[in-house]
Design a protein around this ligand. Sequence first.
Ligand code: HEC
Length: 161
Amino acid sequence: MKNLHYKSTITTLAIAGLILFIHACGSKTTTPESVPAPEANVVIDTKAHSDSKGVGKFTDVKLEAIDPSKADLGKAVFATKCTTCHKLTADKFVGPGLMGITSRRTPEWILNMITDPEKMMKVDPVAKKLYEEILTPMANQNISETEALNILEYLRQNDSK
Ligand code: HEC
């Protein structure tokens, strides 16, 4: 009886050892995969130029010469829906100052940010980083595609001065 007990203890230890051994081998092969890929560590400078088009309705926008009448329409929308949080200078208000925005970001990115900021903050790395820095979400102002394009004309005009 005693002997049998002894044997089963040995067996248990042997199995435990084997499991540990397999586990150790297993974790050896999985470790490199758990190390984040280098691109995940890239530091995003939100003040620098980004080629990202962002995510949303706008995927391919061709710019033409600035249309002053569209810029005027954009100015009016901007005055009621954007000036509560943004200045047209480089100075931060609630959100970043928008001077130079049209050289910092692609037209698609700007239009996607204006029309669907929630999605941008969730998915786009630059918008996410801006939110992490400022900790205030950009509000969705229910801007139509046409209004967004007019605002873009206004921002381009502001940057061309
Ligand atoms: C409630 C405040 C608020 C309103 C209203 C608002 N925004 Fe924003 N906006 C922000 C904040 C805050 C950010 C920075 C990103 C973030 O935290 O989500 C931002 C980011 C942006 C950016 C990106 C800036 C950069 O440096 O890349 C653009 C472009 C922008 N907003 C344009 C607009 C326009 C155009 C309107 C009006 C239709 C508008 N915003 C209305 C708060 C606001």
